[in-house]
Design a protein around this ligand. Structure first.
Ligand SMILES: *Cc1c(COP(=O)(O)O)cnc(C)c1O
Length: 397
């Protein structure tokens, strides 16, 4: 029946991370003991002080439509946050609150791209970027990187990828899936290239800003005066505040872009959920030090999983500086046959781990880089230990 559906939707690839989670759920329902390390979701609960704010909002009868681009109090909290954490000054007219950072990204693609416009995506990139671009009739231009350069795009690579049709550059730092962080100097070097191409708008996805292990300080492209007017800073509360299901994301942007996103959202969602918005006022107003206990815990697990993975032949690990994923290069296994199963690529490898180790991970193919798999360490230590033990055993044949 798919011929009855639009070309638009038929051309969309289902989210590989959500698909892997669904497959793991299916196998669990069939009685298999699956350890899920595929989803990008903290295993913590939303902190109590944020939950209290939501309960209070319910009791205070926040139940009407909110302004399409978000409550004024929330926009002010976002303005305070940008100033406090990033040294970025925004006005209310530059802020748009959306139903998750995913919608923020979708909005930006819809309001900027015309058919055939190119968007540069350093690989590996976050799983949804290429499909969000395609849904706006844009053309993703993938720039390959490798573990040897910590999965970061060089200024030379950026320059080489730019064409007269290039409209945007999208990246996340800290990066999902690699955990890499662009330093301020590295961003400046990319900005120097962009100086020669004033038509290019940058989307800087900073949703893992607070999940930073202290090696490279967080930096924003919009910090540079010459980039401020052409950068959309995307952020949200899902990851650092353990609020994935609350669905609140936001942008700081030039006001013409913010106005356009507001217009689009007014016809599509009428704005984000009122209770979640009230809770996020508290999340962003309180000091980020209140959520650092989660980052401390992720840091312990990061060392644990890196140590365990380095004990398996053929896993070449990067040292993630942020987010909660490792992105090991597993090309050493390509072309090998284990337990009668031939592994030709990262998708085969991830499937092998699911079926023979009962561990769910995500193929690097989903992120535009087929040399690796992504393993989330947003899981309990016990589960991480057990999962890596199973992987090691399954690969020993
Ligand atoms: C999770 C994630 C998002 C989406 O965040 P939501 O607020 O849950 O929509 C966007 N970008 C990156 C890099 C992510 O990992």
């Amino acid at each position: 029946m798919s011929e009855r559906l639009s070309e638009r939707i038929n051309n969309v690839t289902p989210s590989a991370t959500l698909e892997m989670a669904a497959k793991a759920r299916e196998l669990r329902a069939a009685g298999k003991d699956i350890i899920g390390l595929s989803l990008g979701e903290p295993d913590f609960n939303t902190p109590d002080y944020i939950k209290e704010a939501a309960i209070q909002a319910v009791n205070e009868d926040y139940n009407s439509y909110t302004p399409v681009d978000g409550y004024v109090e929330l926009k002010d909290a976002i303005i305070t946050k940008f100033d406090r954490d990033n040294g970025l000054r925004y006005e209310r007219s530059q802020i748009v609150v959306s139903t998750g950072a995913k919608q923020s990204l979708y909005n930006v693609a819809q309001v900027i791209l015309n058919k055939g416009d190119e968007v540069i995506l350093p690989c590996p990139y976050w799983v949804s970027y290429s499909d969000i671009v395609k849904l706006a009739d844009g053309v993703p231009v993938e720039v390959p990187t490798s573990i040897d350069n910590d999965f970061k795009m060089t200024p030379e690579q950026l320059e080489a990828a730019i064409s007269p049709k290039t409209k945007m550059l999208w990246y996340s730092s800290p990066c999902n899936p690699s955990g890499s962080i662009y330093s301020k100097e590295e961003l400046r070097a990319l900005a120097d290239v962009l100086q020669k191409h004033p038509q290019i708008i940058v989307v800087s996805d900073e949703i893992y800003e607070h999940i930073n292990y202290g090696v490279t300080a967080h930096a924003s492209m919009a910090e540079f005066e010459d980039m401020y007017e052409r950068t959309v800073t995307v952020n949200g509360v899902a990851k650092a505040f353990a609020m994935t299901g609350w669905r609140i994301g936001y942008i700081g942007a030039p006001s013409y872009i913010a106005r356009a996103c507001n217009k689009l959202q007014g016809q599509v969602t009428s704005g984000a959920n009122c209770i979640a918005q009230r809770a996020v006022i508290t999340a962003l107003t309180e000091s980020p030090s209140r959520i650092s206990y989660m980052v401390d815990e992720f840091k312990v697990r990061r060392s644990l999983i890196l140590g365990l993975l380095n004990g398996i032949d053929g896993f070449k690990c990067n040292s993630p500086e942020g987010a909660f994923y490792v992105y090991p290069d597993v090309t050493a296994y390509f072309g090998k046959t284990i337990n009668g199963v031939t592994i030709n690529n990262a998708s085969d490898f991830a499937m092998y781990l699911l079926e023979h180790a009962n561990v769910a991970t995500v193929t690097g193919d989903a992120f535009g880089n087929g040399a690796s798999i992504r393993i989330s360490y947003a899981a309990a230590e016990k589960e991480i230990r057990e999962a890596i033990k199973r992987i090691k055993n399954a690969l020993a044949g």
